[in-house]
Design a protein. Structure first.
Lengths: 353, 379
């Protein structure tokens, strides 16, 4: 009997082609859009769960001739992603909501629903590879170096990986667009999504204000000694290592080196102030191993876009590790995730403390 | 795969006789009913015959029937048109909290125009208790609108009594009877309502045509302005083919109604008994007896409604999670929440709605699939 797979369809080119590839590979495919966020007032064409995205996904499903449904994940998304996002900001951290979404929504709740419906797998249009080696499921980089999306997937468990398909693993983006064109999918030339789906125009502050009712107050920029350098627009507008958009002229480049929630201050410093030799990560997940028992060498990524750096990962108590860099790293930011690689394989990752 | 249609509260299949009655008005008698030549007069005659037929079936006068493009339009018109026409007497309206969105959202609109709306609570079965309506009456109340039967849970309201309370207070009474007309015996010479909305596609008629019954002498503001159709109150070239279909469908629906009701109810009651036998935790929503002959609505605590719905669809069975109008994705139903049902149970609710088209084989097939699905979960 054909294996059944439920594909998360955002209406974008990647997940559309993913669905088409699975169909070609002989799976019985059901398309689903996870409705996780909908604000009719701010219905941007680019955001992943707008009504127009649903229309696009439905059209693709019709073209492919697969059943298509919209599932409501608004409540759990609100709890597990948006609430986490605002809480982290209120604590002066810089969260990555897409990682939370993958962890709690796309590969957890979605997979649960798929299983209840008798599906064998879920699939998405992520660029990442799952392989089975020596009885263990491994997450490896996609062929496309530019598009590789293993970073936000480091929380996947063995059970989730065993039931997940990433059909785009062997492809480059231009190939995917080409396939979409050949299949006659209207979304072939749709731009890649960039921003966080529930934040419009990078306006984090208004999301926080609307949700928590906490007014985002301006405060002081200070230097390492507490000397006032100017006024900031509210701490949620800034992240560690930020240089642009500070509106401060001190004669030499300055960077955000610390966010002090209690004093509502942003501490600025020279480049050296944002360099770190090491970091502590917690809330860990390991994929290639069960747990870390001794220090290992790895390359680590401390932000989605950052280059990997060589480091030693040392176990540090129950759910913590210390990551010691070979070279000091810029802008280690609490709330972001650090992901450990060994070659192309994701060893695991955690959240920077 | 055997296709099973159990969403007759959403819409129904057009009857063959209805189609045949409609066909001549598409390509033969296609005239505009407002034109004076013969072709136009044929259309005019067809409309007036349909109006007379519908009026006779509901025990009202032909001039009290106004054709619209949908039940939703009739609801919008009744609420807004009556509110506008009588606002000099007061700006307070009363509706129930389990109305269809066509009424609910019209009421919200009127609130934004300066009207005040009271939303009546219902009991656990979805019934508006008459005493609750009496208590809500105010000197400035001008209109009460309470649906005859609910589209999600099928609960039938004590309409005659509710209308009498409104009239005792000198207040107009409208009822959204979209689910009731064609399914229930309705005699408007006995039940004294001032306005009543209904829709053809709920009783095996075509989509795109509805009607408003408006008691003679009740003043209403027009909703669509333009030509002089429908006695200057509803402009727009008449949907002749739809109107003809509506009249034919109602005639067929009400012929042998007691027999059809008995047939549908027997299947419905069998379905209720058998579904509940699968798992004692399954809850029947709505009233145990005062419900539409074709309506069942269950909460399945062990499974999410959306998962069940998709699983059924993949097996060729069409059902609904509640009202089709909120069906981009499943939201907990405002009707179930108003009945005091928890959000979780509301999200696990499914409606199977039957009609005289439904067969024993349909019910048997549904039961086989439901047992499979629910047993898989309990394992």
């Amino acid at each position: 009997m054909k294996k059944k797979v439920m594909v998360g369809m955002s209406g974008g080119v990647d997940s559309s082609v993913a669905a088409a590839l699975l169909l070609e590979q002989g799976y019985e495919v059901v398309g689903v859009t996870m409705q996780i966020w909908q604000d009719d007032k701010k219905d941007d064409a680019g955001s992943c769960c707008s009504l127009s995205a649903v229309d696009d996904a439905r059209r693709v499903a019709n073209t492919l001739g697969i059943p298509y449904y919209v599932l409501n994940f608004k409540e759990i998304f609100d709890q597990k992603v948006i609430e986490y996002f605002t809480n982290e900001y209120l604590r002066g951290k810089t969260p990555n909501p897409c990682i939370a979404c993958n962890r709690y929504i796309k590969f957890d709740e979605f997979l649960r629903k798929a299983r209840e419906m008798g599906m064998d797998y879920v699939a998405t249009g992520h660029y990442a590879t799952v392989v089975q080696e020596n009885g263990r499921y491994l997450l490896k980089r996609s062929v496309s170096v530019a598009k590789d999306q293993t970073y936000p997937l480091y929380n996947l468990t063995q059970d989730q990986l065993a039931h997940t398909l990433f059909p785009l693993a062997p492809y480059e983006k231009p190939q995917v667009r080409e396939m979409a064109k050949k299949l006659g999918l209207g979304v072939a030339s749709k731009p890649d999504s960039q921003d966080i789906c529930f934040v419009v125009h990078r306006d984090y502050a208004s999301v926080i204000e609307e949700r928590t009712g906490i007014k985002v107050e301006p405060g002081n920029f200070v230097d390492g000694q507490g000397k006032i350098l100017g006024r900031h627009k509210g701490i949620y507008h800034y992240t560690i290592g930020q240089r642009k958009g500070l509106g401060i002229a001190t004669g030499k480049p300055v960077f955000v080196s610390k966010i002090d929630v209690d004093r509502n201050e942003i501490v600025l410093g020279e480049e050296s102030s944002i360099l770190a030799d090491s970091l502590i990560a917690a809330d860990l997940n390991f994929i290639a191993i069960d747990r870390l028992e001794a220090p290992v060498q790895a390359t680590v990524k401390i932000r989605y876009g950052s280059r990997e750096a060589a480091a030693t990962i040392e176990p540090l108590g129950a759910d913590q590790v210390k990551v010691v860099f070979e070279q000091p790293q810029r802008a280690v930011t609490a709330g972001q995730s650090v992901v450990f690689y060994q070659g192309d394989t994701v060893l695991g990752g955690g959240i920077i403390q | 795969m055997q296709q099973v249609y159990l969403d007759n509260a959403a819409t129904t299949r057009l009857k063959q006789e209805v189609l045949e009655a409609m066909l001549p008005y598409l390509q033969e008698s296609y005239g505009n009913a407002s034109s004076l030549y013969q072709l136009g007069q044929q259309s005019k005659r067809a409309i007036e015959n349909a109006r007379e037929s519908i009026a006779r079936l509901l025990q009202v006068q032909p001039k009290e029937i106004y054709f619209t493009a949908s039940g939703t339009e009739a609801d919008n018109w009744a609420l807004k048109g009556l509110a506008m026409a009588h606002q000099h007497r007061g700006k307070h309206l009363i509706i129930s909290s389990i109305e269809h969105h066509a009424i609910l959202h019209s009421a919200h609109f009127l609130e934004r125009q300066g009207f005040e709306v009271t939303y009546l609570p219902v009991d656990e079965f979805g019934v508006v208790q008459p005493a609750v309506l009496t208590a809500a009456m105010r000197p400035d109340t001008i209109l009460v609108s309470i649906m005859w039967a609910n589209n999600e849970i099928g609960t039938i309201q004590p309409i005659a009594e509710l209308a009498r309370i409104a009239h005792d207070h000198g207040v107009f009474f409208h009822t959204d009877a979209v689910q009731a007309v064609g399914s229930l015996e309705i005699d408007l010479s006995v039940v004294n309502v001032d306005a009543l909305s209904f829709s053809a596609h709920k009783f095996h008629g075509p989509k795109g045509v509805g009607a408003l019954f408006l008691r003679n002498s009740v003043k209403i503001e027009p909703f669509l302005h333009g030509g002089s159709q429908e006695r200057d109150l509803r402009a727009g070239t008449e949907n002749v083919v739809g109107i003809v279909g509506m009249a034919k469908a109602l005639e067929l629906a009400l012929a042998d109604l007691p027999k059809k009701t008995a047939y549908t109810q027997t299947l419905r009651d069998q379905l209720i008994t058998e579904i509940r036998a699968i798992d004692s935790k399954i809850k029947l929503n709505g009233h145990p007896t005062q419900r539409l002959p074709g309506n069942t609505n269950f909460s399945f605590p062990s499974m999410a409604g959306d998962v069940l719905l998709m699983s059924l669809d993949m097996q060729g069975i069409a059902a609904s999670s509640g009202s089709a109008c909120s069906a981009l994705s499943v939201e907990p139903s405002h009707v179930l929440l108003a009945c005091g049902i928890s959000k979780e149970l509301a999200k696990s609710a499914l409606r199977f709605s039957l009609s005289d088209d439904t067969t024993q084989a349909d019910i048997d097939r549904l039961l086989v699939v439901m047992r499979q699905l629910l047993q898989k979960v309990s394992q």
